[in-house]
Design a binder for this molecule. Structure first.
Ligand code: AVI
Length: 326
């Protein structure tokens, strides 16, 4: 079990608050207003997201779970170590990581599990879902991904399996995702592995349902970002004045999320000392969720320094977890 968080970056809260203010100012001053999706995940947002992942309409978690359950033992065989560091970027709720850990434990491999997340709350949620086992040690790290990775590298010389699951990669645009993966490649050692999740292109109705779930969780998730601005930056957004809109953009190959002002009004944000004007039906763009073909995954891998070992997919071919080697 994670009995304590092993490492918490010192200035993370202050630095984050400052950067949040700068990014909100930049986004709401832009010609097409936008806010960055990474700010969804305050404590409330992380909890709503966890509920989304359990909702019937949101297939990606279910599909990835099916894949990992099926391939966990094969993964351990393909990697073939006696002791391994499993480093997870974005802690998740631990259920998927536990499956992977089980695969290694089943083949008698000792696992040092290092979840890295910027949110302490995410780490706390995770700890109940990782089981106690003599072959498993957990070390929670509250930090930025690359700061956490650096820390593990300083501490341990074991072979590493880095996990970047849940199609988090899809929330980056094409330039950002390659920049991120190249930087990851630079920060890993020869013959370390990366398991990365990609949500696949599929029937538009399935996609649309997943990002407009029937319980309104995705709507609450998106509107919570406005509430977060109210709490942390002294804003006076009235969420009754906004509606959620989730739509697939086939030219981009991405689901897009917006909140749209339903009438003309202004919002004041005290820590930015600024008023922001909304015309009737003006959108704020919040999120891209890119969808991929398996050939895109090969292309991205080769372009960022990695070699593909194997793609693993589910029965419906909705999702791919792809195993790469440095
Ligand atoms: C975290 N990320 C992969 C989710 C996605 O599907 O893009 C975030 C999400 N947004 C709306 N629903 C889920």
């Amino acid at each position: 079990k994670i009995s304590k968080i092993d490492y918490k970056s010192k200035n993370i809260d202050k630095d984050n608050r400052e950067q949040f203010a700068i990014d909100v100012l930049t986004g709401l001053s832009a010609e097409t207003k936008n806010l960055q999706a990474k700010y969804f995940y305050d404590d409330v947002g992380s909890k709503i997201f966890q509920q989304i992942t359990q909702h019937d309409d949101y297939y990606p978690t279910r599909s990835e779970f099916e894949i990992l359950n099926q391939v966990k033992n094969e993964l351990a065989e393909l990697i073939g170590e006696q002791e391994i560091d499993i480093i997870e970027l974005g802690a998740g709720d631990g259920h998927k990581s536990q499956l992977i850990i089980n695969g290694f434990v089943n083949s008698n491999c000792k696992v040092n599990y290092y979840p890295i997340d910027i949110s302490e709350e995410a780490m706390v949620m995770l700890k109940d879902n990782i089981c106690d086992h003599p072959l498993v040690e957990c070390h929670g790290i509250v930090a930025e991904y690359f700061e956490g990775l650096q820390l593990v590298r300083e501490k341990s010389k074991n072979k590493q399996l880095v996990l970047f699951l849940g199609s988090n990669i899809g929330n980056f645009d094409r330039v950002q995702n390659q920049g991120f993966l190249r930087r990851l490649w630079m920060n890993m050692n020869n013959s370390d592995h990366l398991l990365v999740g990609f949500d696949l292109k599929k029937d538009i109705d399935v996609l649309t349902r997943a990002y407009n779930d029937s319980s309104g969780l995705t709507k609450d998730f998106n509107l919570n970002l406005l509430t977060r601005i109210n709490h942390e930056l002294g804003g006076n957004f009235d969420i009754e004045n906004f509606q959620h809109f989730g739509v697939y953009n086939p030219s981009l190959g991405a689901m897009e999320s917006y909140v749209i002002a339903t009438k003309e009004h202004s919002v004041y944000i005290s820590s930015l000392k600024r008023e922001f004007h909304f015309k009737a039906f003006e959108p704020i763009h919040l999120e891209h969720s890119f969808k991929f073909l398996s050939s895109d995954i090969d292309y991205i891998s080769h372009n960022t320094g990695f070699s593909v070992i194997k793609h693993f997919t589910d029965k419906e071919s909705y999702f791919i977890d792809s195993l790469w080697k440095v």
